[in-house]
Design a protein around this ligand. Structure first.
Ligand SMILES: NC(=O)c1ccc[n+]([C@@H]2O[C@H](COP(=O)([O-])OP(=O)(O)OC[C@H]3O[C@@H](n4cnc5c(N)ncnc54)[C@H](OP(=O)(O)O)[C@@H]3O)[C@@H](O)[C@H]2O)c1
Length: 303
C-alpha cells in the first residue's frame, strides 16, 4: 500500500529529499525546510560537495536518529575526467570522512554513485566491509544496468540491495525494473521531474539539454494532471511510486518542497498510467549536460 508512512524493502520512506545542485549553505536551508515539512529520507553524495550543510540541518532538526533514513554515495573516480579512481582503502576512508561531514555515526544506505571506475568490484568489496563495520546499514549502486549488476553477482559477491536510477515516463527503464524486481533489488528513482520545463531551469543547470524530446510528455502530463486536479510534478512523482519505486525530489522553494511530499491524496487510474507508460523513449536527461549516460559509459573491467 502506498501510504505516507510506507517504506520499501530496506526501510526507506518512499519520498526522499535530494540535495544535488545546492551549495553547502543552500543544502542546510533546504534540508532544514524538508525535515520541517516532514521528509524523513535525505539523499546526499560526496560529489555534491555540500554534505556539511546537510549534516548541520540534520543535527539542528533534533530528530531521533532512527526516525531518519540517510543515503549517501561514493564518488568512484573516473579516468576520463582525470579523477583518480578510489581503491578499497580509499573507499573505506571516504565514507568515514563523509560521516564526519554529515555528523552521523552511520548512514542507512551507501551507494557507488555510478559505474565510472575500472575498480568498481574492488569498491563494491569495500562497501561490503563498510556494512560489516556498521558504518552503513545497507549497500547499493546507482546508474547500474543489468550487465553491471550481473558482474557483481558473477563475482560471487553479495548483491546490491538498491539501485538508484533516472526514472520517469520518457526514461521508463522497463527491462532493468523487471530485472531488479526479480533480484529483489529496491528501485529508487531520481530526476522524476526531468520531463517538465521547470526542471533545472536556472542558467547552467542543464535543463535545456534535449528539451525538444520532452514535448509529448509535457502535453500528456498537462492533460492528465488537469483531469486529476493535481500539479504535473505530483503526477510524475506519483507515477514513480505506482511503479514500485521510492522517489527522490529536490527543490530550494519551501512551497515546492511541501508539494512534492504530498503524493498520498490521489491515485493515477490505470488508463492514465498506461498513457504515461507509452511515452517511453529510453532517454535519460540528468547527466546529459555532461554529454553522457552513466549507464552506458562503464569502461571494461581489467581482471
Ligand atoms: N544517482 C545519480 O546519479 C543522481 C542523479 C540525479 C539526481 N540524483 C538525486 O536525486 C535527487 C532528485 O533529482 P533532481 O535533483 O533532478 O530533482 P527533481 O525533483 O527531479 O528536479 C528538481 C528540479 O525541478 C524543479 N522542481 C522541484 N519541484 C518542483 C515542482 N513541484 N514544480 C516544478 N518544478 C519543480 C527544481 O527547481 P527549484 O529547486 O528551483 O524548485 C529543480 O530545477 C537529486 O537532488 C539527487 O539527490 C541522483
Amino acid at each position: 500500500m502506498i501510504t505516507t508512512t510506507a517504506k520499501n524493502r530496506i526501510g526507506m520512506p518512499l519520498v526522499g529529499f535530494g540535495t544535488y545542485q545546492l551549495s553547502t549553505g543552500q543544502a542546510e536551508v533546504a534540508v532544514t525546510a524538508a525535515l520541517k515539512a516532514g521528509y524523513r529520507h535525505i539523499d546526499a553524495a560526496e560529489g555534491y560537495n555540500n554534505e556539511a550543510g546537510t549534516g548541520r540541518a540534520i543535527k539542528d532538526a533534533g530528530l531521533q536518529r532512527q526516525e531518519l533514513f540517510i543515503t549517501t554515495k561514493l564518488f568512484p573516480g573516473n579516468k576520463l575526467w582525470g579523477a583518480p579512481e578510489k581503491t578499497y582503502v580509499q573507499t573505506l576512508d571516504t565514507l568515514k570522512k563523509q560521516l564526519k561531514d554529515l555528523q552521523l555515526d552511520h548512514v542507512d544506505l551507501y551507494l557507488i554513485h555510478a559505474p565510472l571506475s575500472e575498480l568498481r568490484l574492488e569498491q563494491w568489496n569495500a562497501l561490503v566491509e563498510l556494512k560489516r563495520l556498521g558504518l552503513t546499514k545497507h549497500i547499493g549502486v546507482s546508474n547500474y544496468n543489468e550487465a553491471l549488476i550481473q558482474e557483481i553477482l558473477d563475482a560471487g559477491m553479495p548483491q546490491p540491495e538498491a539501485n538508484q536510477i533516472e526514472f520517469h515516463p520518457v526514461c521508463a527503464q522497463v527491462s532493468l525494473t523487471q530485472y531488479m524486481n526479480a533480484h529483489t533489488i529496491a528501485p529508487i528513482a531520481y530526476s522524476s521531474l526531468a520531463p517538465l520545463s521547470a526542471w533545472r531551469a536556472d542558467e547552467g543547470q542543464g535543463g535545456d539539454v534535449l528539451a525538444e524530446l520532452k514535448n509529448e510528455c509535457q502535453e500528456a502530463a498537462r492533460d492528465i494532471a488537469s483531469k486529476l486536479r493535481v500539479t504535473e510534478a505530483k503526477l510524475l512523482l506519483r507515477w514513480g511510486l505506482q511503479h514500485g519505486y521510492a522517489v527522490l525530489t529536490k527543490s530550494n522553494k519551501p512551497e515546492r518542497i511541501r508539494e512534492n511530499l504530498n503524493l498520498f491524496d490521489f491515485e493515477i487510474p490505470e488508463v492514465d498510467m498506461v498513457a504515461l507508460n507509452r511515452l517511453d523513449r529510453s532517454q535519460a536527461f540528468a547527466w546529459a549536460s555532461n554529454g553522457m549516460n552513466p549507464m552506458e559509459v562503464a569502461p571494461p573491467l581489467h581482471r
